[in-house]
Design a binder for this molecule. Structure first.
Ligand code: MG
Length: 159
């Protein structure tokens, strides 16, 4: 019988002018970016937390502490690859992932496909198994005021 596990992740980063904006492993053209210890890729952080959640192995902060110099300015794709090592070590493969990004601006439509194509090989799947969706919050709340970005991610893993 197939052993299936589900995982869910959530992350938020504050937005400031003059910082780089990375989402889903892709550099977003913007005059604002995310305040973070790493490169601030809030989408990858939520996805990594979903994978760790599926394995019941704690969270990204436990595995990649923001007090550690090793992860200062780190490319979050490396963090995701390291989490995938844990998935494989536990004998699991990814079935699919679904990511929802809440960001007021810039518009993410041109970046959705590049994100899917960037994340898929790290997860060991084809891009048709990686969903990336983007929404604004209709100018409501801190996301709507452009103060932050929220991401939710769900994954299924199996063996
Ligand atoms: Mg984070």
């Amino acid at each position: 019988m197939t052993d299936i596990r589900i995982g869910h992740g959530f992350d938020v980063h504050a937005i400031e002018e003059g910082l780089p904006m990375w989402l889903g492993g892709v550099r977003i053209e913007s005059y604002t970016g995310f305040v973070a210890h790493s490169d601030g890729d809030v989408a990858i952080h939520a996805l990594a937390d979903a994978l760790l959640g599926a394995l019941a192995l704690g969270d990204i902060g436990k595995h990649f502490p923001d007090t550690s110099d090793e992860w200062k300015g780190a490319d979050s794709k490396i963090i995701l690859a390291k989490v995938m090592d844990l998935v494989r070590e536990a004998g699991y493969s990814v079935s699919n992932a679904d990511i929802t990004i809440a960001l007021q601006r810039p518009k993410l439509a041109p970046y959705i496909q590049p994100m899917r194509e960037t994340l898929a090989p790290i997860l060991g799947v084809t891009p048709d198994r990686v969903s990336v969706k983007a929404t604004t919050t209709e100018h409501l709340g801190y996301v709507g005021r452009g103060e932050g970005c929220e991401v939710w991610a769900s994954v299924l893993i199996f063996k």
